[in-house]
Design a protein around this ligand. Structure first.
Ligand code: MSP
Length: 653
């Protein structure tokens, strides 16, 4: 069986997962699904890149450990992949113990072979990019990748003999024109880096402790890029007792990466593999970026993009996984940058999915139901433009396959939608509603509807690598197996007599003007982080908590309290300071409800108070309890009060 090993880069843990992050992974998912449907054994790898200075610092600043900082972000990313139906085979984390052990083995091997040696290093370091640069590589004295300030860093370090591999990498490009794609990236690598020769690469740090310790010198930790790049082989068990997956799947067919990290994948990574004596991947593809307002959509730019909704949770919730996947796969010319706006997303959904595809499906189903009681008529003989339509449908697989062999999902989708449009035109040409008026033309009407149903079925099967929900719904409504593969796409597969259901629109039309106004309101309300955080919390909160015993519950003391005075907490928009009478006792309580209740409204209210929480100071004000509230998904908040007028101080059990 043919194998196909495809990888995304591993992601830096970030709280602001945005639609730009989804681009690489959705493309890889479509490719993985396509190859699986072609009967190949696919291994699709993705994951997170968790070590390094950035994480160490962020965790320290937040007063928590790196794992405490990273784990929720990784859970969020996995949640995004779940929502987008990403069918990975392994999600590797560079903190996984098997990965750490294998990275140590890789360093040990390179050290023993002399490809890693010790020397003093002084260089210009960009902390956010975790990259060292030479003076000559800086752009206006700043990091050439991100444009931020660099600092001089000196340390005794281990170096990898990258210089030795420059001629070998050039030869690799010459002998294997497919190795690095698109072509323009080869010129970038050759002109900007390889032509001038390569310098040896500093591959250890002593200042950063959140990383993989080197086995031959524990004061030193692995350089994050070597740690990260190694994931492509450690995920398969390289360097472990069981390397059967490695034996089976390496070298990878494809490393799909954003263009800003091509240098690491097309120069450093093959050099490391050559030094290890392992084969290099068959291809590295450097795709373009999703731009927003002319810039790469990125964590640091999210502040500036208040006008656009970029949060994958919110986008999937509003439009569905298929629409988001479709946009990413169709809109951006492959290999180039593409602009992201909510309007372009909505236009794509309406024009292609709701109008072209949606109309074809619903008109076909409606007519089969109206004229044939939902039972598929017989194929009949070809006439008029039938031949043209059928030829297009018959030729579709080859065209999609050709495009996907060139990794060009936008072109593959364009081919499918050419057939969809042709079929819509065929309806206008054949005018089934007129045929239906003439009993003598009933056979012809049946043939027309059969041809349409067949085109819909073939399109649904061909769409399966790209969309994960709609094709199954469509196939089921035509009584077809939703697991149908590419072996079913020749014309004529549908059996006359099959039941055809009329289902609600798979992609309802969106009122774009109204929706854009709503999105604007939402983005303004949620501010720069869009709805990202809130959605993450919502999905965590929706998950049921583990069961507790009655003894656990009995540890919480709840009492009825009466608010006797209330004021705003100075310098805080969120907090109110209540004076609460609990029986004979008076308590000072601070609660985050200033957006929902005025101090005046609060006075006189009977509330439910947790009375045995440890007192804390919030904005300098003592809080000796917590007032309970209920909150719905829209963020509406209500105090919890006893239903009958009970005295304050009553116990709640
Ligand atoms: N951790 C490194 C990769 C190490 S691989 C051995 C890294 N991580 S990242 O989180 O910054 O990026 C992950 C992927 O998301 C990259 O392919 C990157 O190009 C992609 N994108 C992030 N923002 C993007 C856009 N705005 N548009 C398209 N893809 C972009 O780099």
């Amino acid at each position: 069986m043919k194998k196909y090993y495809i990888t995304t880069p591993i992601y830096y843990p970030s709280g602001n997962w945005h639609i730009g992050h989804c681009y690489t992974t959705v493309i890889c998912d479509a490719l993985a699904r396509f190859h699986r449907m072609r009967g190949e054994e696919v291994f699709f790898l993705t994951g997170t890149d968790e070590h390094g200075q950035k994480v160490e610092k962020k965790a320290k600043d937040a007063g928590i450990t790196p794992p405490e900082f990273i784990d929720p972000l990784v859970a969020e990313l996995k949640d995004v992949w779940r929502l987008l139906d990403i069918s990975y085979n392994r999600f590797i984390r560079t903190t996984d113990s098997d990965h750490v052990a294998a990275v140590q083995k890789i360093y040990q091997k390179l050290y023993e072979s002399g490809d890693i040696y010790k020397a003093e290093y002084s260089g210009m370091y960009c902390a956010p990019c975790e990259s060292f640069w030479t003076e000559g590589q800086l752009k206006d004295g700043k990091c050439p990748d991100c444009g931020r300030e660099v600092t001089v860093q000196k340390e005794e370090s281990y170096f990898f003999r990258l210089s030795k591999y420059a001629p070998k990498i050039l030869k690799l490009y010459e002998d294997n024109p497919e190795f690095l794609q698109p072509k323009s990236r080869v010129n970038e690598m050759v002109n900007n880096f390889l032509k001038a020769g390569l310098q040896d690469l500093c591959v250890s740090r002593t200042t950063v402790k959140w990383g993989v310790p080197l086995p031959f010198d524990e004061k030193h930790y692995a350089y994050v890029w070597i740690d990260a790049l190694s994931n492509y082989i450690t995920a398969l068990g390289y360097g472990s007792e069981d390397d059967s997956l490695y034996q089976k799947f390496w070298p990878a067919e494809l490393h799909m990466v954003g263009k800003e990290i091509v240098r690491f994948h097309a120069i450093i990574w093959p050099a490391i593999l050559m030094a290890l004596g392992e084969p290099v991947p068959k291809q590295v593809y450097g795709h373009g970026w999703l731009l927003i307002g002319g810039d790469k959509l990125s964590k640091s730019k999210l502040d500036a993009v208040k006008a656009e909704l970029t949060d994958p949770y919110e986008l999937v919730k509003r439009y569905g996984a298929d629409a988001v996947r479709y946009f990413l796969l169709r809109e951006i010319p492959f290999g180039s940058d593409g602009v992201y706006t909510n309007e372009s997303l909505l236009n794509r959904i309406n024009a292609d999915l709701a109008n072209d595809l949606g109309n074809l499906v619903s008109r076909t189903q409606a007519m089969i139901n109206q004229y044939f009681g939902g039972i598929l008529p017989a194929r009949g003989k070809s006439e008029g433009t039938d031949g043209e339509l059928i030829a297009l449908a018959e030729g579709l697989f080859a065209k999609v396959e050709g495009a996907m062999n060139r990794l060009n999902a936008p072109e593959a989708l364009a081919e499918i939608f050419t057939l969809v449009s042709r079929a819509n035109k065929y309806i206008d040409e054949t005018t089934p509603w007129l045929l239906a008026k003439d009993e003598a033309k009933r056979e012809r009407l049946g043939a027309v509807l059969y041809n349409l149903a067949e085109v819909v079925r073939i399109c649904a099967v061909m769409l399966k690598p790209f969309l994960t929900k709609a094709p199954a719904l469509i196939l089921k409504s035509f009584s077809c197996d939703e697991n149908a593969g590419f072996d079913t796409v020749s014309f004529g597969g549908l059996q006359a007599g099959a039941r055809v259901e009329k289902i609600p629109p798979v992609f309802p039309r969106i009122d774009i003007k109204k929706e854009l106004a709503e999105v604007e309101r939402l983005v303004a309300a949620h501010g720069k982080e869009a709805a990202n955080k809130e959605k993450a919390n919502a999905s965590e909160e929706d998950a049921p908590l583990p069961q507790i015993s009655i003894d656990d519950f009995a540890k919480v003391e709840l009492k009825v309290g009466e608010v006797v005075a209330c004021e705003r907490v100075k310098k805080s928009e969120k907090l109110l300071h209540e004076t609460v009478k609990v029986g004979e006792e008076i308590r000072s309580v601070v609660s985050g409800i200033a957006k929902y209740y005025t101090p005046e409204e609060m006075v006189g209210k009977k509330v439910v108070l947790v009375t045995n929480l440890k007192p804390v100071k919030l904005c300098g004000v003592l809080s000796e309890g917590m007032i309970l509230c209920a909150e719905d998904k829209e963020g509406n908040l209500s105090l919890v009060s006893p239903e009958k007028p009970l005295e304050s101080g009553c116990k709640i059990r």
